[in-house]
Ligand binder design. Structure first.
Ligand code: CO
Length: 160
């Protein structure tokens, strides 16, 4: 299977994603392929819709540790942080985004084992960003309406 990065406004980025029920070798290969695509693009996170797949799979890699988030749910969130965020599906776009400071995420990993991640700071930000992708929510949705419209216009021009 040949996967490549999808960029806004590709409709797959807004599509509903399916829960993963089968944890097999194909899934492990897929997660590894997503990891390579993410690393080649210098990203710290990647969600399946960003490679054209409507599935509840995301990968986050920070400080050499890979977190595989399959069917993730945020079960706790606490506090607030504001910081600059980008997204591999929006090349060159950055903006200040408010996120919870700390989250607890329950999910499965690529082997099907249940995982519970308690994340703070940048890791929490990255996980919430990727989980947003699995719910069709994108970076620009977090921007002010004025900034959002400017970016849409700029990207529409670039795509022509
Ligand atoms: Co993103």
């Amino acid at each position: 299977m040949e996967m490549s990065l999808r960029f806004y406004p590709d409709p797959v980025l807004r599509r509903e994603t399916e829960e993963i029920r089968v944890f097999d070798q194909d899934l492990k290969v897929l997660v590894d392929e997503m990891t390579v695509i993410m690393q080649n693009a210098d990203g710290v996170g990647l969600a399946a819709p960003q490679v054209g797949l409507s599935k509840k799979i995301a990968v986050v890699m920070i400080e050499g540790r890979r977190y595989v988030l399959i069917n993730p749910v945020i079960v706790e969130e606490e506090g607030q942080q504001t910081g600059e965020e980008g997204c591999l599906s929006f090349p060159g776009v950055f903006g200040e985004v408010k996120r919870p400071y700390r989250v607890v995420v329950e999910c499965r990993d690529e082997t099907g084992e249940a995982q519970r991640y308690e994340a703070e700071g940048f890791l929490a930000r990255a996980m919430v960003h990727e989980i947003d992708h699995l719910n069709g929510k994108l970076l620009i949705d977090k921007f002010s309406p004025i900034k959002r419209e400017l970016i849409k216009k700029r990207l529409a021009k670039a795509n022509r």
